[in-house]
Ligand binder design. Structure first.
Ligand code: TTP
Ligand code: MG
Length: 406
C-alpha cells in the first residue's frame, strides 16, 4: 500500500479568524500584529496585503509604508488558540494519526483511507469543506508519500488549494522549485548553497552528499534526502512542550543595561512559572537578543543539574547576556529567554541540596500568590523598574510580539 500523508495548513490564519468575526474585512489588505505606529512585526498578512509585499516578520512601520490602506489589528492570541483547537478537533475526526505542528498546521496519516472516501484527494476535499463550513476558514492541503513533500505541496497550493503528488513523482515535483521552498533551508543555508551555485532543488538533489556535508555538517545529509523526496519520519502524536520561551520587543531600542536586565528577570519569571505549571525541569537555558539592525543571536548554556527555578534561569540568562553585550555597540531591540531539554523532576534533582530545595519552596509560594492576586502582585527588586517602562496590569506586562513559542 502506498503511504499517503496529508499536510494541512490554514491560509493567513490570524487574519482569517479576524475576517470571520468581521466580514467587511474580507478581500481587503489586513495585518495582525499591532498598530502601524507601534513597534513590533507583522504576525499575519492577508493575501491582499501580500500583494503589496507585506509578509510575516516585517516591521509594522515598513508594512504601513508599503500599504497604508491596510487595516492593522492588534490581535488576540487566546482567540487564535481557540480557533486552533476547533481546527484540530475537526482533523481528529478524520484520522487518529494526527500530528499538530503549529497552531494552524498538522500532518495527517491517510494511508488506507481510499476505500472510505473514494480517493485521498476526495478525502482532502471533504476535510477542506468541513473546515470551511464549521470555522469559515480556508485550508490548503498537500498530499504525498512523505511529510516533507506533503508540506511543500500544501505551501505551493496556497491559497485555498490542494495538490496531490502521485507516488513516484516526488523528486520531479520538487526539482524545479527554488531551494528556499524546501523545509529546513533558512536564509543562512540558502546563502551557503547559492554560494555553491545551487539554486534549485534539482541542483541540490544531484550535489554529492559529501560536498553538502562538508559545507552544512549533519543537516547536509537530511537536506540531500529531502531534495530527493525522501523522508521516512513518522506522524508523531502530539507530545508535550519541548521548550518554553518568552520574549519581548522594547518600545525603543535600548542600551540601558538596567532595563534589559529587568526585562530579562521578568521573562525568566514567566518562563519559570510556566515550567513549574507543567511540572517540568529544564537542562538548558537560551538567551535571545535582536539588535537594532535586526540581526538576531542566541546563546545557550547547559545547567549542571536540571532546574525549574526563576533564579537559576535568570542567573544563567544574565551571564549569557553579560557575555553577549560585553563588547556590543548596537542597541538591543528584543530580548528573550527560553528553556529546553525538559524532564520530569525527580531523579536528576539532588534533594540533598538544601539551597535548591529552599528555592523550590519559595518559587511555589510565589506561584500560589500570583495565581490568586495576579502576576505583578510579587515583584523582585529588578522587575520593580519595569513599572516605569511598560504599562502593566495585574496579569503582567503585555508584550508586543505575539509569540508562538511554547
Ligand atoms: P503561517 O501558517 O506561517 O502563516 P499564515 O497562516 O498567516 O499564512 P499562510 O499559511 O497562508 O502562508 O503561520 C500561522 C500563524 O502563525 C499566522 O497567521 C500568524 C502566526 N505567525 C506569527 O505570529 N509570526 C510569524 O512570524 C509567523 C510566520 C506566523
Ligand atoms: Mg497558515
Amino acid at each position: 500500500m502506498t503511504r499517503r500523508i496529508m499536510h494541512i495548513d490554514l491560509d493567513a490564519f490570524f487574519v482569517s479568524v479576524e475576517q470571520v468575526e468581521n466580514p467587511e474585512l474580507k478581500g481587503k489588505p489586513v495585518v495582525v500584529g499591532g498598530r502601524p505606529d507601534r513597534r513590533g512585526v507583522v504576525a499575519a498578512a492577508s493575501y491582499e496585503a501580500r500583494a503589496f509585499g507585506l509578509q510575516a516578520g516585517m516591521p509594522l512601520s515598513t508594512a504601513s509604508r508599503l500599504c497604508p490602506q491596510a487595516t492593522f489589528i492588534e490581535g488576540n492570541f487566546a482567540k487564535y488558540r481557540g480557533a486552533s483547537q476547533r481546527f484540530m478537533t475537526i482533523l481528529a475526526d478524520f484520522s487518529p494519526f494526527l500530528e499538530p505542528v503549529s497552531l494552524d498546521e498538522a500532518y495527517l496519516e491517510a494511508t488506507g483511507f481510499e476505500s472510505i472516501y473514494g480517493s485521498i484527494h476526495q478525502m482532502a476535499q471533504v476535510i477542506r469543506q468541513r473546515i470551511k463550513d464549521k470555522l469559515g476558514l480556508c485550508a490548503s492541503v498537500g498530499i504525498a508519500n512523505c511529510k516533507v513533500v506533503a508540506k511543500v505541496a500544501s505551501e505551493l497550493s496556497k491559497p485555498d488549494g490542494l495538490i496531490e503528488v502521485a507516488s513516484g513523482e516526488e523528486r520531479s515535483f520538487l526539482a524545479p522549485l527554488p531551494i528556499a521552498k524546501l523545509p529546513g533551508i533558512g536564509k543562512k543555508t540558502e546563502q551557503i548553497l547559492k554560494g555553491l551555485g545551487i539554486t534549485t532543488i534539482h541542483n541540490l538533489s544531484i550535489t554529492p552528499l559529501s560536498a553538502l556535508q562538508s559545507h552544512l555538517g549533519a543537516s547536509g545529509e537530511v537536506l540531500h534526502r529531502f531534495a530527493n523526496g525522501i523522508d521516512d519520519s513518522k506522524i508523531e502524536p502530539p507530545g508535550e512542550a519541548k521548550s518554553i520561551s518568552r520574549e519581548t520587543t522594547f518600545g525603543q531600542d535600548s542600551r540601558d543595561r538596567t532595563q534589559i536586565e529587568a526585562t530579562l528577570r521578568y521573562l525568566s519569571e514567566r518562563v519559570g512559572s510556566e515550567l513549574r505549571q507543567q511540572g517540568k525541569q529544564a537542562r538548558c537555558v537560551t538567551l535571545k537578543l535582536r539588535y537594532a539592525d535586526f540581526t538576531t543571536t542566541t546563546r545557550s548554556h547547559t545547567l549542571s543539574q536540571t532546574s525549574d527555578s526563576d533564579q537559576t534561569i535568570f542567573d544563567t540568562g544574565l551571564k549569557l547576556l553579560k557575555r553577549a553585550l560585553s563588547r556590543e555597540k548596537r542597541p538591543v531591540r528584543l530580548t528573550g529567554i527560553g528553556v529546553s531539554h525538559l524532564a520530569e523532576p525527580g531523579r536528576q534533582l539532588n534533594m540533598l541540596d538544601s539551597s535548591a530545595q529552599k528555592l523550590g519552596q519559595l518559587n511555589r509560594v510565589i506561584d500560589r500568590i500570583r495565581k490568586k492576586y495576579g502576576f505583578t502582585a510579587i515583584q523582585t527588586g529588578r522587575t520593580m523598574l519595569l513599572k516605569d517602562i511598560f504599562p502593566g496590569d495585574k496579569n503582567g506586562y503585555p508584550r508586543h510580539t505575539p509569540s508562538l513559542s511554547r
